[in-house]
Write a protein that binds this ligand. Structure first.
Ligand code: EPU
Length: 429
């Protein structure tokens, strides 16, 4: 298994291009199942999760065309993918494919809405909590689907199509909102989704569906109204920038010191995280087509933060922020409210010398003077990258094992950091 070796202690200086968002690209790709015409997606990141989803879509019979590199394009320039679901041969998404990634489960919505049936394995994904799909199933039932769970599969059917309904999520769920949006777009009549997720990725999906002919209002607010249409058509859509990748590199430079421009991204996608970084002593400013983050001298100030649904501080940046706080001058706290088991990076950060105590959903971090490199183990996607950040700031060598987690969500990580002065390399084995 590949490992990443980092020799820490160098500042980051330069430009990092930000990729298209994994968590936007995945539901957008799934939306291709909603039409027999071609959906062209631009700025799709090259990531293991994208490849896994292509496999799932391929199994349903979706034709795929990955456009080749064009002159002058760097390896990291996002790819263009054309997906055409004109000949669906199978409405089952098998365990072998869906167990590797949670988002794969969301194919249930377009398959059900367009073909009246879907059989989808219960999902996998990062082990950061129980991560049930009860709210997704309830949303489909509200729209008139008959759903049963048998032998690890969710089997959903509808006799005469889905019907518009009121869906009031008891808890904000990104996946639930994606599923409700897709299913309602092809249902008869009006659907009102209350307590909808307001994440930018939901807005991105809604915008793409609108281009395909869907009638959706209110995406980005907690009440979305969908007027169902009989059919959707093809479209071309550019995937929005990855706000989690943006925040990750912003935290890396806040920790190592230096001066970085994050290119092809938008500050409004992560205002809460950037505001918080500002309070820790980093200087954050908007520049043309991106964000500049620097910290020159001056210590890292401690901070207290709670993860929340958008526009709150994202759970997907919690581990990275914890890495930063391990070197703060004083005590910080982080409360994790979204996932109940998302502190697995704590014991790995401790190997580097971090002082962190857990009390239920609260992590109490006592800043230390310095971290020291050590072998560590990546446990999930965002936890892995928190170890990379900590390794960049630690003295000596850090070896990160099980890097396949990183490959699920960070495109060309070593190249992007390496060009900014980081001593980071992958050891293949
Ligand atoms: N929940 C339920 N029942 C459900 C669905 C969700 O109880 O039926 C709970 C979850 O267990 C969790 C909370 O609701 O406690 C929120 O979960 P949500 O449905 O919003 O998460 P998700 O859609 O499964 C997406 C991202 C995650 C990100 C969360 C929260 C994708 C592919 N995944 O997951 O990203 O952490 O929203 O913002 O979009 C990652 O990229 O590393 C990642 C885990």
């Amino acid at each position: 298994m590949d490992r990443i070796h980092i020799t820490g202690g160098t500042q980051l200086n330069g430009v990092i291009p930000i990729s298209g968002a994994k968590n936007a690209a995945l539901p957008l790709m799934i939306a291709s199942l909603m039409t027999g015409e071609t959906l062209e997606l631009v700025n799709v990141p090259r990531l293991a999760d994208i490849t896994s989803l292509l496999r799932i879509l391929g199994n349903h019979g979706v034709d795929q065309m990955v456009v080749g590199k064009r002159p002058g394009q760097t390896t990291e320039a996002g790819q263009t993918i054309r997906l055409t679901a004109s000949n669906i041969i199978d409405t089952t998404a098998p365990y072998e494919l869906v167990s590797t990634m949670r988002a794969g489960f969301w194919v249930i919505a377009p398959l059900l809405a367009r073909f009246g049936e879907a059989k989808v394995s219960l999902p996998g994904g990062c082990a950061i909590g129980t991560r049930p799909v009860d709210l997704l199933i309830k949303a489909l039932e509200a729209l008139g689907a008959q759903v049963e769970i048998d032998a690890g599969y969710v089997i959903a059917k509808t006799k005469n199509g889905l019907r518009g309904a009121e869906i009031d999520f008891p808890k904000v769920t990104v996946g639930g909102t994606h599923v409700a949006l897709m299913a309602a777009s092809l249902a008869y009549g009006t659907t009102v989704i209350d307590n909808a997720a307001r994440e930018p990725e939901v807005v991105d999906l809604a915008e793409c569906l609108i281009k395909m002919g869907a009638r959706i209002e209110g995406a980005g607010t907690s009440r979305i109204v969908v007027e169902g249409v009989a059919r959707l058509g093809g479209a071309r859509h550019e995937v929005l920038p990855d706000r989690i990748e943006t925040g990750t590199y912003a935290m890396a430079v806040a920790m190592t010191g230096g001066d970085i421009v994050l290119e092809n991204t938008r500050a409004d996608l992560l205002s809460s995280a950037l505001d918080l970084l500002g309070t820790t002593g980093a200087e954050v400013s908007s520049v043309a087509n991106g964000i500049r983050v620097r910290r020159n001298g001056g210590g890292i100030h401690p901070a207290d933060v709670t993860t929340d649904p958008f526009p709150g501080f994202p759970t997907d940046l919690q581990a990275q922020f914890m890495a930063l706080m391990t070197l703060a001058k004083g005590q910080s706290t982080i409360r994790e409210t979204i996932f109940e088991n998302r502190f697995m990076h704590v014991q790995e950060l401790a190997r580097l010398g971090a002082k962190i105590r857990l009390d239920g959903d609260l992590a109490i971090i006592e800043g230390v003077e310095r971290l020291k490199g050590a072998p560590v183990m990546a446990t999930d996607l965002r936890a892995s990258v928190s170890l990379v950040i900590a390794g960049l700031a630690a003295e000596g060598e850090t070896q990160i094992n099980r890097v396949y987690h990183l490959d699920r969500g960070f495109e060309a990580l070593e190249a992007k950091l390496g060009r900014c002065g980081a001593e980071i390399r992958r050891v293949r084995s």
